[in-house]
Design a protein around this ligand. Structure first.
Ligand code: 6MZ
Length: 390
């Protein structure tokens, strides 16, 4: 390797390290989309040994890199076969939190679709209890699920700060997802479950699922619509986030903007009028770069709508969507923004810090998170000087 190539490789490495050290807020992460490949393979092997599936076929599907939108939803159907029982749900919830904490995510909203599965004796409630059991089982990291006693001086990257490894802390909150394939009454059940579990870390509702199936949210003529459930959440004071514009469904995008949820996911396929409306409403957007490029919602990283929203100073936050499925991490999403759009470390820090404003957790949590950023600021912004040889 010549000196120039070596220098470039070192700069890439240094930037990647910095993005990992940056405290981050994750607002759009689907539980079953964030499972490690190694865990999926282990679960598939187990079911293969029991003759439930053919392991070799499933292995190829898990390791394949084709992640078009239809492929993603085929994969989710497969993942749901692999993760059906309570113990597995507990295991993946635990591992997902550990993986985000390892990336210095200090606040994580995990969303998941509560599932009924009679064969496994699973109800939506018992599914969620299994998720919470997993969060409580995390040992290497302090998980703050209900309280606000987050002590900032003992958190993230303390190893990088003074060479001593201390236990990290992470706030975890839960959003219950309504799958577009569900009926109105099933969607209402999910909102009622959220109401019931508000004191257990559940703080919001998400509407997601394959954007090319299910009823259009705006189809008022049809009884199978999600508006009653979303409206119920709104009436109960539960914040809502909706997947919007993953495909160009004009009527639906219009209806979602009219509903005016607290946050929106993706917003890929908006036309000029819809962009204008989104910007005037100032609804914070959960930006999922890798996911959008892989699923075709954005033509490329360079042409991703992040740049337009960022330049317009629109509220936004970088997210992973499905870190397992898309082989990404939140640190990597920040790295991609730095390398694709040329944001400086200062701008990346601001971007990460600004996301605190859009969390669904209460003001006490927000205040603690602001402290976390304040504590990390000097070290991260003086990184180059600190790293320079004396
Ligand atoms: C829409 C998505 C999604 O809920 O079983 N999901 N919905 N668009 C996406 N972009 C790629 N990625 C994930 O996690 C998996 C479920 O999350 C939703 C789908 O409904 C998927 O079945 P849970 O934990």
């Amino acid at each position: 390797m010549d000196t120039e190539t070596e220098g470039k490789a070192a700069a890439v490495e240094e930037m990647r390290e910095w993005c990992v050290a940056l405290p981050k807020v994750e607002l759009h992460a689907h539980l079953n989309g964030s499972v490690r490949n190694s865990t999926l393979l282990e679960l598939a092997k187990h079911l293969g040994d029991k003759g439930v599936i053919v392991f070799e076929d499933v292995k190829d599907v898990i390791m394949k890199s084709d992640r078009s939108l239809p492929e993603c939803f085929k994969l989710f159907d497969l993942f749901h076969i692999l993760t059906t029982d309570h113990d597995t749900v507990t295991r993946i919830a635990k591992e997902v939190v550990e993986d985000f904490a390892a990336e210095n995510v200090v606040y994580l909203e995990i969303r998941t679709t509560p599932k009924n599965n009679e064969a496994k004796g699973m109800t939506k409630r018992s599914y969620m209890d299994a998720v919470i059991k997993g969060l409580k089982a995390v040992e290497d990291v302090d998980v703050e699920l209900f309280g606000s006693n987050f002590r900032t001086n003992e958190t993230l990257s303390s190893k990088l700060l003074d060479g001593v490894t201390k236990k990290k802390k992470i706030y975890v909150r839960l959003l219950l997802s309504i799958d577009r394939r569900e009926t109105t009454s099933a969607a209402l059940d999910t909102v009622n479950l959220a109401v019931e579990m508000m004191d257990q870390g559940v703080i919001g509702i998400d509407l997601s699922g394959n954007p090319v199936v299910g009823e259009c949210i705006c189809n008022v003529l049809c009884r199978e619509t999600y508006l009653p459930a979303l409206q119920h959440a709104k009436n109960m004071g539960i914040p809502v986030t909706i997947h919007c514009g993953e495909v160009a469904n004009r009527k639906e995008i219009q209806a979602v903007l009219d509903f005016c949820p607290q946050r929106l996911g993706h917003v890929c396929c908006l036309n000029d009028v819809e962009w204008k409306k989104l910007k005037s409403l100032m609804i914070p957007v959960e930006i999922c770069l890798t996911s959008n490029v892989m699923t075709g919602g954005a033509p490329s990283l360079e042409l991703h709508h992040f740049a337009d929203l960022y330049n317009a100073k629109h509220p936004l936050s970088l997210c992973t969507d499905d870190s397992g499925l898309f082989s990404t991490s939140l640190s990597n999403e920040y790295y991609l923004v730095a390398t694709t759009f040329g944001l400086s470390k200062f701008e990346l820090f601001q971007l990460a810090q600004d996301a605190v404003q859009f969390v669904f957790a209460d003001d006490v949590v927000k205040k603690s998170l602001k402290e976390v950023f304040k504590h990390a600021e000097k070290r991260l912004l003086m990184w180059d000087e600190l790293a320079a040889p004396s």
